[in-house]
Design a binder for this molecule. Structure first.
Ligand code: HEM
Length: 407
């Protein structure tokens, strides 16, 4: 394996050989990314875990030495100049600590668990759309709408407005890489959320936006601007990630009939624990987030023997760390019952995924529903012909055509 496989032809379809090369030969290495920005890539599990929790690595793009952040090259797409929002993924303590504490009071694991029956009903409703047909695109018809409707429902977006979100999210997904489309979609979503927060202030309900408005901590409240940015980041962080969990996860299962049959049996017998460990294993084996979001050194530091200068961007390659043979036995094997699985798919440290409980519920509901409704589901394309959306941070399929005996 040679180093130039990185970001080249075929990389998005299978980045793992290139990651294995980096892990072995250059575990912390400065690379010029396709965007033109140079960043340190961290690929070994132990280094990755350490870097994710290192307070000397800031999430604030303002700490970047070059002007890249001003041109939007290191932020969330669509965030530029005066448009930059402050949210959990681009701030450090103490601001991060305050905002995270505030949102945690509204977004509790217990509140999320109570939401599970609604996510399952939603998954079934989406499956109704294609289960009688004998074929489907599981991205377009299932993995894509599921998280959008789930988060809209949780936030308290009225049902009649939820299709607007589906459209905006579609613009974000299908134009990813092209800034104009993403920028427009982000602007419309933010505008809508700002108005919704304003309207809800007068009539609080039991939804998450009402919870955000109500959230207070030592007498502090979120400003309307902060609440809108928070609602936006929940949508943004919880959408494409979940699409990819369902898409990459189903593909991994369809390519491994023995593991698929094992899960189908356990799921039919109501053995929930294999479903739980399957979701964790799919997050490890081919997780939705390839690279953790940007971090910037605030002082000189040494990472994996390399000297990182202040202002240097550092990207932790979660997908590489989660296949590190130093940490995982048989890392390239999908083992749905894997017990010892402290994967980094949801990150690590203070920015650990806030939405992990919701993502797990969605992953479980999606797998359980698809296995039940499509008993002999199989791939309807040569796996090598599948097309991938290889953004830098996320990795997922553009479509996943399947066939099955209609209901
Ligand atoms: C943070 C992964 C679903 C909300 C993160 C991070 C990762 C991640 C890796 C850390 C990024 C970093 O340290 O740079 C995932 C995956 C998901 C998923 C793999 C689905 C399978 C969700 C959902 C939501 C969500 C459903 C919300 C509804 C967030 C938020 C943060 C975050 C708000 C920022 C937390 C902070 O900075 O304190 N996620 N996520 N995520 N995620 Fe998720």
């Amino acid at each position: 394996m040679t180093e130039h496989a990185l970001f080249g032809e075929g990389f998005a379809a299978d980045p793992y050989p290139a990651y294995a090369w980096l892990r072995e030969n250059a575990p912390v290495r400065r690379e010029v990314l396709p965007s033109g920005v140079a960043a340190w890539l961290v690929t070994r599990y132990a280094d990755a875990r350490r870097a994710l929790a290192d307070p000397r690595l800031s999430k604030n793009p303002g700490r970047h030495r070059a002007a890249d952040h001003a041109s939007g090259r290191v932020g969330i797409p669509g965030e530029r100049g005066a448009n930059v929002m402050t949210h959990l993924l681009n701030i450090d303590p103490p601001d991060h600590t305050r905002l995270r504490r505030l949102v945690s009071t509204a977004f509790t694991p217990r509140g999320v668990a109570a939401f599970e029956p609604r996510v399952r009903a939603l998954a079934d409703r989406l499956a109704d759309g294609f289960a009688g047909r004998g074929s489907a695109d599981l991205i377009d018809e299932f993995a894509f709408p599921l998280p959008i409707y789930a988060i809209c429902d949780m936030l308290g977006v009225p049902p009649e407005d939820q299709d607007d979100f589906r459209d905006w999210a579609g613009m974000m997904l299908h134009t990813s890489g092209k800034r104009g489309g993403v920028g427009r979609a982000v602007k419309r979503m933010r505008g809508y959320l700002g108005e919704l927060i304003h309207r809800k202030r007068g009539a609080l309900g039991d939804d998450l936006i009402s919870g955000l408005i109500r959230a207070s901590d030592h007498g502090e409240h979120l400003t309307e601007e902060e609440a809108a940015a928070m609602a936006f980041i929940l949508l943004f962080a919880g959408f494409e990630t979940t699409v990819n969990l369902i898409g990459n996860g189903m593909l991994a299962l369809l390519r491994d009939p023995a593991q698929l049959a094992r899960l189908r049996r356990a799921s039919a017998e109501g053995e929930g624990s294999l479903l739980d460990s399957a979701v964790e294993e799919l997050l490890r084996y081919d997780g939705p987030v390839e690279l953790a979001t940007w971090r910037f050194a605030t002082e000189p530091l040494t990472l994996g023997g390399q000297r990182v200068a202040p202002g240097d961007p550092v990207l932790v390659v979660l997908a590489a760390a989660d296949r590190d043979p130093e940490r995982f036995a048989d890392p390239d094997t999908l083992d749905l019952g894997r017990g010892d699985n402290p994967h980094l798919g949801f990150g690590h440290g203070i920015h650990y995924c806030l939405g992990a409980p919701l993502a797990r519920i969605e992953g479980r509901a999606a797998l359980e529903t698809l296995l039940r409704r499509l008993p002999d589901v199989r791939l309807a394309a040569d796996p090598r012909a599948l097309r991938w959306r290889g953004g830098l941070i996320m990795r997922g399929l553009r479509s996943l055509p399947v066939e099955f005996t209609p209901e």
